[in-house]
Design a protein around this ligand. Structure first.
Ligand code: MN
Length: 247
C-alpha cells in the first residue's frame, strides 16, 4: 500500500520584478501559480512583484494577466498575501481586489506552523543607504503617494523611468555592504516584534542565516530574486527550503 501523506506548507516569493518584456519570467511565474502554488496553504509575496508600478489605473494586458493568474489561485482556495516592495509600493486596494490578494502592512508577524515569524520586504533593514531611507520615508508618507497618483499617467511614467535611471546610477556607486542589511537593524526588528524568525527579500541574496537575539538562536531567511531563475521559499513545520526554478 502506498501512503501519500501531504505535509502542509507555505510558499514565500519576492523580487520577481515582473514586466511585460520578460516573458520568460512571466511564464515561469504563471506555471508556478498553476502547478505548484495550489498545493500550498498560502502564498506570501514579499514585495517587488513588479519591476515598476505607477498606479492601479495603469491597466494593460500584462497587469491584467497577472491579476487573473492570482485570482485563479485565490478562487481555488489558496489565500495570497502581499507586502509592498520599493518598486511597487503604489499598489492599492483596486489592484488587490482585481487580483484577489490581501494587502498586509509593511511588517507583519504571522504564525507559521507554531513559529511566530516576522515578514517584510526588507528595504527597511538597509539603513546604511541614508539617501534611499529618506526617499522611503517620503514614499510611505500620506501625502507623497497621493500627490503622485494625482498626476497624469503619462507624467508618472516619465517620472518613474527617470527615477529608475537615477537609482541605477546611485546603486552602481554604493558598496555591497551598504546595499545589504544592517545587522543591528535586524536584531532591533526581531526584538521589537518578539520573534526568532524573520523572512524578507529585497537584497537578492538568498540564504538562511543563523544568528542570536538576546542569546537565543534565531533565523533570518532571505528570498532569492527572479532575474535568472525562479526563487521560492517553502516552509513547513519540519523544514525550510529555498528552491530555484529554471526559467
Ligand atoms: Mn526591493
Amino acid at each position: 500500500m502506498t501512503l501519500t501523506s501531504h505535509v502542509p506548507f507555505t510558499y514565500f516569493i519576492a523580487d520577481l520584478h515582473l514586466s511585460a518584456d520578460r516573458n520568460d519570467i512571466n511564464q515561469c511565474f504563471f506555471t508556478f501559480l498553476r502547478e505548484q502554488a495550489p498545493h500550498a496553504d498560502a502564498l506570501y509575496v514579499l514585495g517587488d512583484l513588479f519591476e515598476v508600478w505607477i498606479g492601479d489605473d495603469d491597466k494593460n494586458d500584462f497587469t491584467s494577466s497577472i491579476a487573473k493568474a492570482f485570482n485563479t489561485l485565490n478562487q481555488s482556495g489558496i489565500p495570497v498575501y502581499f507586502i509592498h516592495g520599493n518598486r511597487d509600493f503604489l499598489i492599492r486596494e483596486r489592484f488587490a481586489e482585481q487580483a484577489g490578494i490581501t494587502l498586509l502592512p509593511e511588517q507583519q508577524v504571522i504564525d507559521l506552523y507554531g513559529e511566530p515569524t516576522l515578514i517584510m520586504h526588507g528595504d527597511e533593514l538597509c539603513t546604511k543607504d541614508i539617501e534611499y531611507q529618506a526617499f522611503r520615508r517620503k514614499a510611505r508618507s500620506w501625502w507623497w503617494p497621493r500627490l503622485m497618483l494625482s498626476l497624469p499617467l503619462s507624467l508618472r511614467r516619465k517620472l518613474a523611468s527617470k527615477g529608475r535611471a537615477t537609482s541605477k546610477q546611485k546603486q552602481a556607486k554604493l558598496s555591497q555592504e551598504i546595499m545589504d542589511v544592517t545587522s543591528d537593524e535586524v536584531i532591533a526588528f526581531m526584538r521589537k516584534f518578539d520573534v526568532k524568525r524573520l523572512i524578507h527579500g529585497h537584497t537578492h541574496r538568498p540564504a538562511i542565516h543563523e544568528l542570536e537575539v538576546d542569546a537565543i538562536p534565531a533565523q533570518r531567511i532571505v528570498l532569492g530574486d527572479w532575474y535568472e531563475q525562479g526563487s521560492l521559499l517553502k516552509v513547513s513545520r519540519e523544514s525550510i527550503e529555498l528552491v530555484s526554478l529554471q526559467l
